[in-house]
Design a protein around this ligand. Structure first.
Ligand SMILES: Nc1ncnc2c1ncn2[C@@H]1O[C@H](COP(=O)(O)OP(=O)(O)OP(=O)(O)O)[C@@H](O)[C@H]1O
Ligand SMILES: [Mg+2]
Length: 265
């Protein structure tokens, strides 16, 4: 479905743009239809850069991304638009993905109107109601502003908005690392339902082996911009423990002080 060939991204940095960082280095892999594919690696290993390349938020320095036979990297941006809908990227911080000055309803439905997926307010209402049910949200949330909803609710809205665009691939970049531990499992279950019941291919990016083990059919391990292993999660993760140490990244959520069991003396 999505074939990535020798993808490379170099950034020029420094005051005089003289230093080069090779964030993604000659990466190749295939995302199969309907699979849950994991991407695991330490902080700074190139996971988010790779995700951004796949949706052309960044342009590659080299390599190709082939989606159902079309080389996306060769398309001018205006011809890429129809594909943008099919490959959705979900970020780590859902509240940043929602416009603070728009109600949830406005943020949710605006892209549907823009892409011509709904024509009337009634159609948008019906679609929103379906998606709110699927993502387990109350319709009351639609009237609120982002500051009036929780992080978990915001992430469900972002997922609902993507689903409304009828994607074939969802790339979720650490979608739960900013959320409470109790909410993390619910969001991951939702992604699993979308994969299993709607046949959407999910690429789940995480630095957490337990997340990858519980959700993914296959996993790629990325290190310093290069994929160093691909396969079944148990095999790759066992290997990673021996050969490549995965360290908890900055996204690691520690229990909030109020949730840490208190010792009563
Ligand atoms: N716009 C940029 N300009 C220069 N260097 C960048 C840029 N974006 C990323 N990098 C560098 O590329 C490397 C990979 O960054 P990236 O954000 O893809 O890592 P990551 O695996 O997503 O890390 P994390 O787990 O912390 O989110 C890092 O060394 C980073 O500093
Ligand atoms: Mg990242």
């Amino acid at each position: 479905m999505l074939v990535v060939e020798n993808l490379t991204k170099k950034f020029k940095c420094g005051l005089f743009k003289t230093t080069t960082v090779q964030a993604v280095n000659n990466v190749s892999f295939t995302l199969k239809p309907g699979e849950a594919f994991g991407l695991i690696g330490n902080s700074g290993s190139g996971k988010s850069t790779l995700a951004r390349l796949l949706v052309r938020l960044l342009e590659p320095s080299a390599g190709r991304i082939i989606y159902q036979g079309t080389d996306l990297t060769a398309l001018p941006l205006n011809r890429f638009q129809p594909y943008r809908r099919k490959i959705q990227l979900i970020f780590q911080q859902p509240t940043l993905a929602l416009n603070p000055r728009r109600t949830v309803w406005e943020s949710l439905t605006e892209p549907w109107f823009r892409h011509g997926l709904v024509k009337t307010r009634e159609q948008a209402r019906a679609k929103a109601a379906d998606l709110m049910a699927l993502t387990n949200l109350s319709e009351e949330v639609l009237e609120r502003y982002p500051r009036q909803i929780s992080g978990g609710q915001a992430q469900r809205i972002v997922i609902a908005r993507s689903l409304g665009l009828e994607p074939e691939i969802i790339i979720a970049d650490e979608p739960t690392s900013m959320l409470d531990v109790s909410i993390q499992a619910q969001i991951l279950r939702l992604l699993k339902v979308l994969q299993q019941e709607r046949g959407i291919s999910i690429m789940l990016i995480s630095h957490d082996p337990s997340v990858i083990k519980s959700c993914c059919d296959r996993v790629a391990l990325i290190q310093d911009g290069q994929i160093v292993a691909v396969g079944e999660p148990s095999t790759v993760l066992a290997k990673s423990n021996k050969q490549w140490k995965l360290s908890p990244g900055p996204g690691l959520i520690l229990p909030r002080p109020s949730l840490v069991p208190q010792t009563i003396s």
